[in-house]
Design a protein. Structure first.
Length: 612
């Protein structure tokens, strides 16, 4: 009689699973700046080890393909080598039985086109492009290139004011980024090789929780240049540009259409994620730099001609953001109680909190704005809140933490449902949203499966209020009439952020890229400030006396990442108070000690620490 057993813990496949998890961590922490041919070669070698050996194209073709790629990588290849690579990859793609064979071949053929310049450099120059070279992962992945290892070391030493000043060298909004940054700096953290990425945002939040940003004196500005710069829009891009220009000695005037500064930080992110008194700490510090005047309630292009600003100032930076919500072109979109989620959040930012008592609210969309609107609706006393999205939950562009938080607060996700029509009664009031069920189809250019209508009948979701969160528009028409080129409302500019058609005009932030993140807007403002400074005939170095402390010995044992906890969902969903709990001293010190100081060890030595 045959006997069957459960897989024992000492089974090879179980143990190999642990090795695979460690291998995945190595892939996730692949150093930024690595030659793409190195990455492709490593991927091919991994594929060689996975082949079962049954089909010849995979068994013999992939090892030969890796040899040819290695030949190009070592500078020993020529044009005939590239022809061999292409022909062999096509044969493997067309002749392999399974994905272990044909997928690597697909990837090689794609990489030949995607990294054409790199292949040509190895063929003709026998070397990588000059831009290739390992970089300090967290600094490189941060759009503003903040000295992250340096300020983490200051935090570990208890020097919180020094940490804030070191952050300010590249980012004048440390509190904002400590509370709401999407922390791309953690994506390639080398600590993953040991256990998990450093909680960089958590440590930044700890620093500004210990010492308010506006109690840390900003550096003295450089001597007055007498030059005047207009900044149109007081969001993160405009504020950053204004701060750095003021520090360089230029005189800055910010034209802000709202009654307070902050842009989407104030009028797009709800208080429970980013309390406005904490935003004011960053703003107070920025304005304390001097050389900055703010004119509130000015809609440039309506209240004041753009031509006059251009004539009165030596340079102009346009950073008007994307603060207008997009609408849906579906039947019934004109019904009562159908609102833009962006405008709803703007109203809350201005103190106008809607009352959704005993109402069912449906939010259409899958981004961070949709999550903010839905979670705000819960706090506006809605009876039920549902998010409708035409793709899968995995395809939502919102942060995973925000999606998880929304679910914990009782919000239902209705996915793979595309809006067809908004139902309304005889009085024109919204009564429901009719949707068409979807299924996942081929991947689109953005790397997500496209939704495709499935042969299922439409159904209606009963509701009293609909909030539309399907994107944001830019109020670009006055600037286009002024002569600034735009494509679908997004201003077109050079990589230097200048508008070539109009000398002295620069753009940055969401209005130049489309809706994006706060840290990317901050980076755009920083770049624009330096480019404006160059345009005005200077080459200022930003004053900063703070330096990173000397590194200590690395902690090499595995230690769990200390995540930021939140108030229980059943309590926090009743108010707009901040949801996150503060780090304890013990959590912060342990997390700071996990940093491997890549700015001094490894590739950081080659870069002299910070050759960025």
């Amino acid at each position: 009689m045959a006997k069957f057993f459960l897989m024992p813990e000492d089974n090879y496949d179980t143990k190999i699973g642990v090795l695979i998890d460690k291998f995945v961590s190595k892939v996730q922490s692949f150093p930024p700046g690595t030659c793409p041919l190195v990455v492709q070669y490593a991927s091919l070698r991994s594929s060689v080890s996975q082949t079962c050996g049954k089909c010849v194209p995979c068994r013999d073709g992939i090892p030969q393909l890796s040899i040819l790629v290695r030949k190009v990588l070592d500078g020993e290849g020529d044009e005939s080598t590239m022809k061999q690579i292409r022909a062999l990859a096509e044969m493997i793609r067309d002749g392999s039985d399974c994905a272990i064979g044909y997928q690597p071949a697909f990837e090689i053929l794609d990489s030949i086109e995607e990294f054409k310049d790199e292949y040509e450099s190895h063929i003709h120059n026998k070397s990588c492009l000059k831009s290739v070279g390992q970089k300090i992962p967290c600094i490189n992945m941060c759009p503003a290139h903040v000295d992250i290892p340096g300020y983490i070391a200051h935090i570990g030493d208890g020097n919180y004011a020094e940490a804030i000043n070191l952050i300010r060298k590249d980012n004048p909004l440390p509190t904002a980024c400590g509370l709401v940054c999407e922390h791309p700096c953690e994506e390639r953290c080398r600590r993953r090789l040991i256990d998990d990425a450093i909680n960089i945002r958590g440590l930044k939040k700890y620093a500004v929780d210990q010492v308010a940003a506006d109690t840390v004196k900003v550096p003295q500005p450089l001597p007055d240049t007498g030059k005047k710069v207009a900044v149109i829009g007081g969001g993160p891009a405009g504020l950053t540009c204004a701060y750095f220009l003021a520090q360089m000695g230029h005189r800055v005037t910010i034209f802000e259409r709202q009654k307070a500064l902050g842009g989407m930080l104030r009028y797009g992110i709800p208080n429970y994620r980013f309390p406005k008194d904490r935003l004011d700490q960053d703003l107070n510090a920025i304005l304390s730099a001097g050389n900055i005047e703010v004119k509130y309630g000015v809609m440039v292009g309506e209240d004041m001609p753009i031509e006059k600003i251009k004539a009165d100032y030596d340079a102009m930076f346009v950073s008007i953001g994307a603060q207008k919500g997009k609408s849906l072109r579906i039947e019934g979109a004109d019904a009562n109680n159908v609102f833009s989620a962006v405008e709803m959040l703007d109203g809350i930012g201005n103190g106008n909190i809607p009352d959704y008592s005993n109402k069912v609210v449906v939010v259409i969309g899958g981004g961070n704005v949709a999550m903010d609107a839905a979670r705000s609706a819960v706090r506006c006393k809605a009876k039920d809140v549902r998010i409708v999205y035409r793709r899968r939950q995995d395809d939502m562009t919102a942060l995973h933490a925000e999606i998880e938080a929304a679910i914990m607060e009782g919000i239902e996700l209705i996915t793979l449902a595309a809006p067809l029509a908004i139902e309304k009664d005889q009085q024109g009031n919204c009564t429901g949203l009719t949707v068409q069920p979807q299924m996942t189809g081929p991947y689109d250019h953005g790397g997500r499966p496209s939704p495709v209508a499935v042969k299922k009948p439409p159904f209606t979701i009963d509701c009293d209020v609909i909030l539309i969160a399907v994107g944001q528009d830019i109020i670009s028409r006055p600037f286009e009439e002024f002569g600034m080129p735009a494509n679908r409302g997004v201003f077109q500019s050079e990589l230097t952020t200048a508008v070539p058609e109009i000398p002295g005009v620069f753009v940055g932030g969401d209005c130049a890229t489309g809706p994006s993140t706060a840290i990317k807007a901050i980076a755009a403002g920083k770049v624009a400030a330096h480019n404006i400074d160059e345009y005005l005939g200077y080459h200022h170095k930003f004053p900063c006396e703070t330096r990173a402390p000397e590194p200590k010995e690395n902690m090499r044992i595995q230690v769990g990442r200390a995540n930021i906890t939140e108030r229980p969902a059943y309590i926090r969903k009743r108010d707009f108070e901040h949801v996150e709990n503060p780090y304890t001293y013990e959590e912060a010190m342990q997390e700071a000690a996990r940093c491997l100081r890549c700015d001094h060890f490894g590739c950081g030595v080659l870069q002299g620490g910070r050759d960025l």
